[in-house]
Design a protein around this ligand. Structure first.
Ligand SMILES: Nc1ncnc2c1ncn2[C@@H]1O[C@H](COP(=O)(O)OP(=O)(O)OP(=O)(O)O)[C@@H](O)[C@H]1O
Length: 231
């Protein structure tokens, strides 16, 4: 589970997150939504320890994380797929995956087989450079890299941005499978409502750096969509 209490975050003098409270339940699939610029990516980066928060607290799996570094996140079971994927273009697929493994303190460092079962194309392309992969293949690699440490929480920032429809479907199926068969908590920032409804059981709506509504996806009404998502 992830619990944020009264989190404030600033870029210099500009405050982005305002007394933000958030509770992500263990085993859930949660979509964080909101218009451009409301602070969704900033929220994920704050959870990941990539941005310092000015006040408030962040607990992950009952571990206080507020003052702990980004390296502490894999230790408590969190995997992260950043916006834009951040694949190492000059390294091979296998090397990209092994970079994920390097964050581990475990002695037995190997890439779990189930990752290739989820993304067979990666096995075929193991020795190709990351930069030679299509956008959809790179996104599969980014998710796979986050999975090599067997996280129990997977956080993804707009995994479908610029991805072709058949890969979007694959990603949807993988996220549901990871949740249902591997007991993984899924948290994703998602702009597209149909995908959010297909994957998410829970929604979180943000506006101006705060959570303004949250609940079961089935309760995400047209009124809420109009008020907080329509452009
Ligand atoms: N490094 C930065 N320095 C200063 N301001 C920033 C920085 N990164 C983001 N911001 C600002 O913080 C606000 C929130 O940005 P953020 O990327 O978190 O929003 P978002 O909801 O994820 O938006 P999008 O849907 O466009 O990705 C925006 O006004 C943005 O311009």
């Amino acid at each position: 589970m992830i619990e944020l209490k009264r989190v404030n975050q600033k870029y210099g003098q500009t405050q982005i997150l305002w007394d933000l409270n958030l509770n992500i339940q263990k085993g859930s699939r949660t979509c964080i939504m909101g218009r451009n610029g409301v602070g969704k990516t900033t929220l994920l980066k704050s959870i990941m320890g990539l941005l310092p928060i000015s006040s408030g607290s962040i607990d992950i799996n009952h571990n206080p994380m507020t003052k702990r570094s980004v390296e502490a996140r894999p230790e408590v079971g969190v995997g992260y797929v950043p916006q834009g994927r951040d694949i190492f273009a000059q390294l091979t697929v296998e090397e990209n995956l092994k970079i994920g493994l390097n964050c581990s303190r475990q002695k037995n460092k190997h890439i779990p087989q189930y990752i290739y079962d989820l993304f067979p194309v990666l096995k075929e392309m193991l020795h190709r450079r990351g930069g030679d992969l299509s956008g959809g293949q790179q996104q599969q690699l980014a998710i796979a890299r986050a999975l090599v440490l067997n996280p129990n929480i997977l956080i993804l920032d707009e995994p479908n941005e610029g991805i072709q429809p058949n890969i979007v479907q694959l990603i949807r199926d993988v996220l549901i499978k990871l949740n249902e068969e591997h007991d993984m908590t899924i948290v994703l920032v998602e702009q597209k409502l149909p995908f959010a409804r297909a994957v998410g059981e829970k929604y979180v709506l943000m506006e101006k750096g705060q959570v303004v509504s949250s609940g079961d996806m089935a309760a995400l009404s047209d009124e809420l969509v109009d008020e907080f998502l329509a452009v």
